[in-house]
Design a protein around this ligand. Structure first.
Ligand code: SAM
Length: 275
């Protein structure tokens, strides 16, 4: 079942949280002049046209990226993120970049990207988007299996994004089981897991399992409204296994501002454990 299309949601509040955290982690990991592989298990199409019928149907980007582009007094961490988006070379009023495009713009020429995407329309779009970029390999295969086959990486340093659609309930268990296997094959891996808040019980169970995988983790959530016990997504979260040591401090500084912009009637959560 592949009914989820990210084109309906690109640039929304959940993308803002996910891509902000991704860009902060990529920024930290690319400071050292050392080999690195980026693995995106559910890469999507690479870029999304905001004037396309799908984006126009929901207009979710209007309460996400469009608000950040118009905002004043932007905190330095969010400004850094907006600069990364601009650095992709896309006209942000027309096109919103997906996670692999954001990571690719931060990685250097000797870094590698492994991108997994199953959808019969999004996969060719992803391949076209990265055509000619010799750092990138796109695979039309299951991203959970792809991640396991990519570990341990020859670089011994990896940034991983796990961003499934969760349209199948089994995605929750598969995220936790896959990451548990990854940590047995290779440590420490900096792994980012995005999760929706639809049924609080489900996301809490996932996060409880993920917290057991390392002594170093961070959890950040942006809740746009109070929990509705299963009736639609009320927010989303990012769980980071082995986060860069600066990440908690950076998010502490900018999440209150981000919440005021994107979730004025909501709230954020930030929790972390460092060994
Ligand atoms: N990571 C992207 C971004 O932030 O720009 C968005 C990804 S979207 C939330 C999830 C994607 O996973 C969809 O494009 C969907 O087609 C794809 N997908 C669903 N199941 C998959 C699987 N088992 N393996 C790889 N891709 C899958």
């Amino acid at each position: 079942m592949l009914s989820y299309r990210h084109a309906f949601h690109a640039g929304n509040h959940a993308d803002m949280l996910k891509h902000l955290v991704l860009s902060l982690c990529a920024d930290y990991l690319t400071r050292k002049d050392k080999p690195l592989v980026y693995v995106d298990t559910h890469a999507g199409a690479g870029a999304y046209r905001l004037s396309a019928a799908q984006a126009q149907k929901t207009k979710e980007f209007e309460t996400g990226i469009a608000r950040l582009l118009k905002a004043d007094r932007v905190p330095v961490e969010v400004q850094g993120f907006l600069d990364v988006l601009t650095g992709t070379g896309l006209d942000l009023n027309e096109l919103y970049p997906g996670s692999p495009t954001i990571a690719a713009s931060q990685l250097s020429p000797d870094h590698r990207l492994q991108l997994f995407e199953l959808h019969p329309n999004d996969f060719p779009a992803l391949e076209r988007h990265f055509h000619g970029d010799r750092r990138v390999r796109c695979y039309q295969r299951d991203g959970f299996e792809g991640l396991l086959s990519a570990m341990p990486p020859k670089e011994r340093r990896a940034l991983v994004l796990i961003d499934p659609p969760y349209e199948q309930k089994s995605d929750y268990d598969q995220v936790a089981d896959t990451l548990a296997t990854v940590t047995r094959k290779f440590q420490p891996v900096c792994a980012l897991v995005w999760y929706p808040i639809v049924q609080r019980e489900r996301s809490d169970t996932l996060v409880r399992k993920l917290k057991k995988l390392s002594k170093n983790w961070l959890q950040a959530e942006l809740n746009v409204s109070e929990d509705s016990s299963g009736y639609g997504m009320t927010g989303s979260g990012m769980f980071v296994l082995n986060p860069p040591y600066l990440l908690a401090e950076q998010l502490q500084r900018c999440l209150p501002w981000l919440t005021r912009q994107l979730a004025p009637e909501g709230f954020y959560r930030l929790d972390n454990k460092a060994d």
